[in-house]
Design a protein around this ligand. Structure first.
Ligand code: HEM
Length: 125
Protein backbone atom coordinates (compact mmCIF):
# COMPACT_ATOMS: atom_id res chain seq x y z
CA UNK A 1 0.00 0.00 0.00
CA UNK A 2 1.17 3.52 -0.78
CA UNK A 3 2.60 5.23 2.31
CA UNK A 4 1.96 8.75 1.01
CA UNK A 5 -1.77 8.69 0.51
CA UNK A 6 -3.47 11.86 -0.82
CA UNK A 7 -4.87 14.12 1.89
CA UNK A 8 -6.94 17.31 1.75
CA UNK A 9 -8.14 16.72 -1.78
CA UNK A 10 -9.02 19.99 -3.54
CA UNK A 11 -12.42 18.82 -4.73
CA UNK A 12 -13.12 22.08 -6.59
CA UNK A 13 -10.08 21.51 -8.82
CA UNK A 14 -11.37 18.09 -9.93
CA UNK A 15 -13.48 18.29 -13.10
CA UNK A 16 -15.20 15.68 -15.22
CA UNK A 17 -13.86 15.53 -18.79
CA UNK A 18 -16.44 16.46 -21.46
CA UNK A 19 -16.55 12.81 -22.61
CA UNK A 20 -17.63 11.73 -19.10
CA UNK A 21 -20.34 14.41 -18.94
CA UNK A 22 -21.54 13.31 -22.39
CA UNK A 23 -21.65 9.67 -21.28
CA UNK A 24 -23.53 10.39 -18.02
CA UNK A 25 -26.04 12.61 -19.86
CA UNK A 26 -26.59 9.85 -22.42
CA UNK A 27 -27.62 7.42 -19.67
CA UNK A 28 -29.75 10.06 -17.91
CA UNK A 29 -31.46 11.01 -21.21
CA UNK A 30 -32.17 7.29 -21.83
CA UNK A 31 -33.89 7.00 -18.44
CA UNK A 32 -35.89 10.23 -19.05
CA UNK A 33 -36.93 8.90 -22.48
CA UNK A 34 -38.03 5.62 -20.87
CA UNK A 35 -40.25 7.53 -18.40
CA UNK A 36 -41.53 9.77 -21.24
CA UNK A 37 -42.68 6.76 -23.29
CA UNK A 38 -45.04 5.70 -20.45
CA UNK A 39 -46.49 9.19 -19.97
CA UNK A 40 -46.90 9.84 -23.70
CA UNK A 41 -48.58 6.44 -24.24
CA UNK A 42 -51.01 7.32 -21.42
CA UNK A 43 -51.73 10.68 -23.11
CA UNK A 44 -52.27 8.92 -26.47
CA UNK A 45 -54.62 6.36 -24.89
CA UNK A 46 -56.55 9.20 -23.20
CA UNK A 47 -56.90 11.12 -26.47
CA UNK A 48 -58.18 8.00 -28.27
CA UNK A 49 -60.55 6.87 -25.50
CA UNK A 50 -63.49 9.20 -26.29
CA UNK A 51 -64.36 12.72 -27.43
CA UNK A 52 -64.19 13.92 -23.82
CA UNK A 53 -60.83 12.17 -23.41
CA UNK A 54 -59.52 13.87 -26.54
CA UNK A 55 -60.67 17.29 -25.28
CA UNK A 56 -59.13 16.60 -21.87
CA UNK A 57 -55.82 15.65 -23.57
CA UNK A 58 -55.93 18.95 -25.54
CA UNK A 59 -56.64 20.81 -22.29
CA UNK A 60 -53.65 19.11 -20.60
CA UNK A 61 -51.42 20.01 -23.53
CA UNK A 62 -52.53 23.65 -23.32
CA UNK A 63 -50.72 24.26 -20.03
CA UNK A 64 -47.29 25.96 -20.16
CA UNK A 65 -45.91 23.59 -17.51
CA UNK A 66 -46.92 20.46 -19.47
CA UNK A 67 -45.51 21.95 -22.69
CA UNK A 68 -42.26 22.59 -20.82
CA UNK A 69 -42.18 18.95 -19.65
CA UNK A 70 -42.88 17.71 -23.21
CA UNK A 71 -40.10 19.99 -24.49
CA UNK A 72 -37.80 18.47 -21.85
CA UNK A 73 -38.76 14.95 -23.00
CA UNK A 74 -38.06 15.90 -26.63
CA UNK A 75 -34.70 17.43 -25.70
CA UNK A 76 -33.74 14.27 -23.80
CA UNK A 77 -34.78 12.12 -26.78
CA UNK A 78 -32.86 14.38 -29.20
CA UNK A 79 -29.73 14.18 -27.06
CA UNK A 80 -30.14 10.42 -26.64
CA UNK A 81 -30.47 9.88 -30.41
CA UNK A 82 -27.50 12.19 -31.21
CA UNK A 83 -25.39 10.54 -28.47
CA UNK A 84 -26.55 7.09 -29.63
CA UNK A 85 -25.52 7.83 -33.23
CA UNK A 86 -22.15 9.11 -31.90
CA UNK A 87 -21.73 5.85 -29.95
CA UNK A 88 -22.58 3.73 -32.97
CA UNK A 89 -20.23 5.72 -35.23
CA UNK A 90 -17.47 4.97 -32.70
CA UNK A 91 -18.51 1.30 -32.38
CA UNK A 92 -18.34 0.87 -36.17
CA UNK A 93 -14.99 2.74 -36.25
CA UNK A 94 -16.35 5.56 -38.42
CA UNK A 95 -14.92 8.01 -35.89
CA UNK A 96 -11.83 7.55 -33.77
CA UNK A 97 -12.18 6.51 -30.13
CA UNK A 98 -9.25 8.68 -28.98
CA UNK A 99 -9.77 11.21 -26.19
CA UNK A 100 -9.32 14.25 -28.48
CA UNK A 101 -11.75 13.04 -31.17
CA UNK A 102 -14.16 11.81 -28.47
CA UNK A 103 -14.12 15.31 -26.95
CA UNK A 104 -14.80 16.97 -30.31
CA UNK A 105 -17.63 14.54 -31.16
CA UNK A 106 -19.14 15.16 -27.70
CA UNK A 107 -19.10 18.95 -28.32
CA UNK A 108 -20.63 18.44 -31.80
CA UNK A 109 -23.35 16.29 -30.18
CA UNK A 110 -24.10 19.07 -27.66
CA UNK A 111 -24.26 21.74 -30.40
CA UNK A 112 -26.61 19.63 -32.60
CA UNK A 113 -28.77 18.91 -29.52
CA UNK A 114 -29.07 22.64 -28.66
CA UNK A 115 -30.09 23.52 -32.25
CA UNK A 116 -32.65 20.68 -32.49
CA UNK A 117 -33.90 21.44 -28.96
CA UNK A 118 -34.64 25.06 -29.99
CA UNK A 119 -36.51 23.75 -33.05
CA UNK A 120 -38.42 21.33 -30.76
CA UNK A 121 -39.39 24.34 -28.58
CA UNK A 122 -40.73 26.14 -31.68
CA UNK A 123 -42.66 22.96 -32.57
CA UNK A 124 -44.18 22.58 -29.08
CA UNK A 125 -45.24 26.26 -28.62
C1 HEM B 1 -37.66 4.76 -26.36
C2 HEM B 1 -36.46 5.04 -26.78
C3 HEM B 1 -35.20 4.77 -26.00
C4 HEM B 1 -35.02 4.50 -24.67
C5 HEM B 1 -36.05 4.40 -23.57
C6 HEM B 1 -33.59 4.29 -24.48
C7 HEM B 1 -32.98 4.03 -23.25
C8 HEM B 1 -31.64 3.84 -23.07
C9 HEM B 1 -30.96 3.72 -21.81
C10 HEM B 1 -31.64 3.78 -20.44
C11 HEM B 1 -29.65 3.53 -22.06
C12 HEM B 1 -28.53 3.44 -21.02
C13 HEM B 1 -28.02 2.05 -20.84
C14 HEM B 1 -26.79 2.12 -19.96
O1 HEM B 1 -26.08 3.13 -19.98
O2 HEM B 1 -26.53 1.13 -19.28
C15 HEM B 1 -29.47 3.50 -23.47
C16 HEM B 1 -28.26 3.31 -24.13
C17 HEM B 1 -28.08 3.45 -25.47
N1 HEM B 1 -28.99 3.91 -26.39
FE1 HEM B 1 -30.95 4.20 -26.03
N2 HEM B 1 -32.94 4.44 -25.68
C18 HEM B 1 -33.89 4.74 -26.63
C19 HEM B 1 -33.67 5.02 -27.96
C20 HEM B 1 -32.45 5.01 -28.59
C21 HEM B 1 -32.22 5.36 -29.97
C22 HEM B 1 -33.29 5.84 -30.96
C23 HEM B 1 -30.91 5.17 -30.21
C24 HEM B 1 -30.19 5.37 -31.52
C25 HEM B 1 -29.64 6.46 -31.86
C26 HEM B 1 -30.29 4.71 -28.97
C27 HEM B 1 -28.96 4.39 -28.81
C28 HEM B 1 -28.39 3.96 -27.64
C29 HEM B 1 -27.01 3.50 -27.52
C30 HEM B 1 -25.99 3.39 -28.65
C31 HEM B 1 -26.82 3.18 -26.16
C32 HEM B 1 -25.56 2.61 -25.52
C33 HEM B 1 -24.63 3.71 -25.10
C34 HEM B 1 -23.39 3.15 -24.42
O3 HEM B 1 -22.79 2.23 -24.92
O4 HEM B 1 -23.05 3.70 -23.35
N3 HEM B 1 -31.25 4.62 -28.00
N4 HEM B 1 -30.68 3.71 -24.08
Amino acid sequence: MKKQRPINLQLQTIHFPITAISSILHRVSGVITFIAVGILLWLLALSLSSLEGFQYAIEIMGSFFIKFIIWGFLTALIYHICGGIRHMLMDFSFIDESLSVGGISAIVTFIITVILSILAGVFVW
